[in-house]
Ligand binder design. Structure first.
Ligand code: GTP
Ligand code: MG
Length: 542
């Protein structure tokens, strides 16, 4: 069972913080934070001294995205007002500035030639992942497949700084939405917060108006009831569309740094999509999306229970992206969300299971964990400390290989994947891939996936299981420079071997062909994989 690598501040004393606690803390922190576009060459000391006239600074860092930016967190919210008091509106000659004052600033030098001349550029934190080719190289110098998976996760996962930036963008968008709905909050969900986010992933935001709709708890006294007069619309969906339409216009017209605003209001879940230029985040703003918020919390729990969960999911997601199993464009492909569900299901099926089923998490729930959203039961224990650690000690070497073996041979034609039960069930309808939505239980989250995309996934999974098994048997004998283990699975040749295999398979009966293929592959593998006496199979989990 693992320690939680890089997740900082995730504990209260000895107790791990809950998802709502982490969210509330980070949202509050974001409200005390400003974003400043500044020269790349600047005296950090003078910069901090200048800003500290407005109050104590808790933390700061720089990053690059179409220029250099500083993220500065003050200790008190009042410091922001003090800074805004002395900030000028831009003097523009030909254009006119929309006078919306936000927490996004530009800082310039009074005398650039003298002030920047003797300064080195400030140190910038990385906000994106390394190239796959560099990753493959890095993976080759790990000492086990397990450590390759952890290396990949360390390279890909969101950093503390990037996470802070995501909350800051939500907080900046909240300020715009607050013009209409002063009590609203804008919260991140999806991979920005569910522990499976990769540097560069989109920023899914939830405009939460529920506090406004909540009735006061004060006892009603006197002979009268008082209620707000409100505009009525035929459905919640129409209300969401109207709200997002107006907020989308505000973001488009007044939102500093927000560009390319698209209102996608006819989608199953209406949304406003835009780019936030100063951070480079692709943002999707939705509302009335409480079930997705619960899914994010559920994934957060699974991702926090055991470090093998995240390591496996990161690697499988990366593998799928490299081979075009997943895509950034919507289409008939498997999504990251579906892949994550498959990995979780696989981990529930181990003996003993590595993570509990959703029904088991529901059995551990307290009264305050009870959540029913639009008739859907979204109840599960949010307190991580209540969940008994697994006794399973399998290594990631085994888990990765078995993941591919398992899904390479899964009865997709007959069975569905269900993380609520942790068991395969008969498919209720004939979609090629059926992954039951854990909360809206009549829905299939992978309904979009067509047969040919599923076939590609299966063929690749088999190929990869085979490669890893050959390494395990010591069947590879190549020089140290050849990628091995996870690195070998990320090579394009893995996919081309599958295509060759598929063509052959069409011609003859499957079993005979399989053995023929296997013998071909053994020859092939001799030019593909390596153990070179370098790699060991680690015997412990992290
Ligand atoms: P990335 O690919 O890294 O963005 O992963 P993600 O988990 O953020 O996925 P995405 O941005 O596509 O969706 C954001 C969140 O919406 C997910 O985490 C889920 O909670 C939810 N979601 C996405 N796709 C589906 C779906 O098909 N069905 C349901 N019910 N929820 C979904
Ligand atoms: Mg996302």
């Amino acid at each position: 069972m693992g320690g939680e690598g890089k997740t900082r501040d995730s504990k209260v004393g000895t107790r791990k913080k809950t998802f709502p606690e982490v969210q509330a803390e980070r949202l509050e922190q974001a409200q005390r934070t400003v974003l400043i576009n500044c020269p790349a060459k600047i005296s950090e000391k003078k910069f901090l001294k200048y800003l500290s006239h407005h109050g104590k600074i808790n933390s700061h860092y720089f990053y690059e995205s179409y220029g250099t930016y500083a993220v500065v967190e003050f200790s008190e919210k009042d410091s922001i007002a003090s800074l805004q008091d002395v900030t000028r509106t831009p003097g523009v000659e030909e254009e006119c500035a929309v006078p919306f004052k936000s927490r996004l600033f530009t800082l310039t030098l009074k005398n650039p030639s003298t002030q920047a001349a003797d300064q080195a550029p400030v140190h910038c934190h990385k906000q994106s992942t390394i190239l796959v080719s560099d990753l493959v190289q890095k993976l080759c110098s790990a000492d086990s497949v397990s450590n390759q998976l952890y290396t990949l996760m360390d390279e890909y996962q969101l950093t503390e700084e990037n996470t802070k930036l995501r909350f800051l963008v939500c907080s900046l968008i909240q300020e715009i939405a607050c013009a209409y709905f002063p009590e609203c909050t804008v919260k991140p969900f999806g991979s920005s917060v569910n522990t499976f986010g990769k540097l560069g992933c989109d920023l899914d935001m939830f405009l939460d108006l529920d506090e406004i709709g909540r009735s006061p708890t004060r006892a009603k006294t006197g002979p009268f009831y008082m209620e707000y007069q409100m505009k009525r619309v035929p459905s919640q969906r129409i209300a969401s569309q109207r709200i997002l339409s107006v907020i989308g216009d505000c973001i488009d017209n007044f939102g500093p740094g927000c560009v390319g605003v698209q209102k996608i209001l006819n989608a199953r879940c209406p949304l406003v999509r835009f780019s936030h230029q100063p951070t480079g985040f692709q943002c999707d703003l939705t509302t009335n999306n409480r079930v997705a918020m619960r899914s994010s919390e559920l994934l957060y729990i699974y991702g926090s229970l055991d470090s093998r969960v995240r390591a496996l999911v990161f690697s499988v997601r990366c593998w799928a992206r490299v081979h075009g199993i997943t895509s950034t464009i919507p289409g008939p492909w498997i999504t990251n969300f579906s892949l994550t569900m498959m990995a979780l299901f696989f981990l529930q099926k181990r003996t003993p299971p590595i993570i509990p089923t959703l029904d088991q998490l529901k059995d551990l729930a307290d009264a305050e964990d009870k959540h029913v959203v639009e008739g859907h039961d979204c109840t599960f224990a949010s307190n991580l400390n209540k969940i008994k650690p697994t006794e399973n000690t399998e290594t990631l070497d085994v888990l990765l290989s078995d993941f591919f073996e398992y899904f390479g041979n899964f009865a997709f034609k007959k069975n569905s994947i269900n993380i609520r039960k942790g068991k395969e069930q008969n498919k209720p309808e004939p979609s090629p891939l059926y992954i039951q939505n854990p909360f809206e239980q009549a829905l299939n989250i992978s309904k979009n996936v067509n047969q040919s995309q599923l076939d590609r996934f299966v063929a690749l999974a088999r190929e990869c299981a085979w490669i890893l098994q050959q390494e395990d048997k010591g069947n590879s004998s190549l020089s140290n420079s050849q990628p091995w283990g996870l690195a070998a699975l990320l090579l394009p040749s893995v996919a081309s071997n599958c295509v060759k295999g598929k063509k052959r398979k069409r011609v003859q009966a499957s079993e005979r062909i399989k053995s023929l293929l296997d013998s071909l592959k053994i020859n092939n593998a001799n030019s593909l994989v390596n153990n070179g006496g370098k790699r060991t199979f680690s015997s412990q989990t992290r």
